[in-house]
Design a protein around this ligand. Structure first.
Ligand SMILES: *Cc1c(COP(=O)(O)O)cnc(C)c1O
Length: 383
């Protein structure tokens, strides 16, 4: 197992051993229901409150503005459906390159009579704040634009979009699942009203995330029941998971800057090695404004699905994009939205680096990739 080189950190990350240790007591010792008033309940509730403070510190909000959920998907759904159902407007603005958790929530609202504007992106994958401003109407209930894209790693001008939304009095949601824990986030500075993040994308456990909801933003809950999380997310909280999320946020706050520098320099080395040695290779996304660990590259004449399977045989784990699109073999819509021709879009892979990535991994990956790409091309008469 450990000879595998894991370059799929955008899909999920290993849980930090310190996080695992912090979670364990909440399975076996402090197992009370956090809503209970007795001491066992209080101990569990203290874990929730500590985690709320740790997450609040990571994104600069108030602890009571943190709603625990089952992950990024639920947070995105709650933000979009919740704000649409509680608001007065019948119009939503988003982009063509959002995660399916956002896009499908928007499609569902279209079926309920909402109008949705899907903004285009430029060749780097960026949304223009001017386009956001121009799309806002008196009917607009919500703008949802991701902080960083999961396929190509492009960072969006979140602060500028937040400023536009605040000026126009429109609620602004950002899916920060790829950004959180890797680059700084500040909801106050950037005028963000709703923000989704997920623990397993920054070395926390799977199945737990948060939606930050600014105090005065009206939201309709998706899940009804015991009224936990200020009535916005019923159901007994995932106490061990939340304790893990909290510590992962705490660790990220302390170590993010150094780790982002380390990962970013490894990514640049890998990019140079690939682009410099493999003819017909091309970087997708923005050359600078991108996530530290994301590299997305097209190889002319080499189908991405096939390439990733060949790399897997060599023990290198990569992906062609989002987990959902590779399972369903659908067109890589994020790459197409940047204007990449369909042929080249299908010839792309995503290499996403993380905490466990070493310089040796980078060297081995560059060498293997070069050999595998040449071998595939030799087998392909067209090339
Ligand atoms: C992974 C991801 C999600 C979904 O998060 P889960 O916790 O896996 O449900 C949503 N948006 C983006 C951008 C992601 O990368």
């Amino acid at each position: 197992m450990d000879e595998l080189i894991y370059l799929d950190n955008a899909a999920s990350t290993p849980v930090d051993p310190r996080v695992v240790t912090a979670m364990l007591p909440y399975f076996t010792w402090h197992y009370g229901n956090p809503s209970a008033i007795h001491p066992m309940g209080r101990r569990a509730d203290e874990a929730l409150e500590t985690a709320r403070e740790q997450v609040a510190a990571l994104i600069n909000c108030q602890p009571e503005e943190v709603i625990f959920t089952s992950g990024g998907t639920e947070s995105d759904n709650l933000a979009i459906s919740g704000a649409a159902m509680a608001g007065r407007g019948r119009h939503i603005i988003t982009s063509e390159i959002e995660h399916h958790a956002v896009l499908l929530a928007c499609h569902a609202l279209e079926k309920k009579g909402f109008e949705v504007t899907y903004l285009p992106v430029d060749s780097f994958g960026q949304v223009s704040p001017k386009d956001v401003e121009a799309a806002i109407t008196p009917q607009t209930a919500l703008v949802s634009i991701m902080a960083a894209n999961n396929v190509i790693g492009t960072l969006q001008p979140v602060a500028e979009i937040g400023a536009v939304c605040r000026r126009q009095g429109v609620i602004f949601h950002t899916d920060a699942v790829q950004m959180a824990g890797h680059l700084p986030l500040d909801v106050k500075r950037d005028n963000i009203d709703l923000l989704s993040l997920s623990a397993h994308k920054f070395n926390g456990p799977k199945g737990v995330g948060i939606l930050y909801a600014k105090g005065d933003v009206p939201l309709a809950p998706l899940i009804l029941g015991g009224g936990q999380e200020s009535g916005l997310r019923s159901g007994t909280e995932n106490v061990p998971g939340i304790a893990g999320l909290g510590l992962a946020a705490g660790i990220a706050a302390l170590e993010m800057q150094e780790e982002a520098g380390r990962v970013s320099s490894l990514r640049k080395k890998l990019a140079e090695a690939i682009l410099g040695s493999i003819p017909g290779s091309r970087l997708n996304g923005h050359p600078q404004k991108r996530l530290p660990g994301n590299l997305n590259i097209s190889f002319e004449g080499v189908e991405g699905e096939y390439l990733s399977k060949e790399l897997a045989k060599q023990g290198i784990c990569v992906s062609t994009g989002s987990a959902c699109s590779s399972a369903s073999h659908e067109a890589p819509y994020v790459l197409l939205a940047t204007g990449l021709e369909r042929d080249l879009a299908n010839c792309s892979i995503r290499l996403s680096l993380g905490k466990m990535t070493t310089p040796e991994h980078i060297q081995k990956t560059a060498d293997t990739l070069s050999a595998v790409v040449s071998q595939i091309r030799r087998q392909t008469p067209v090339w």
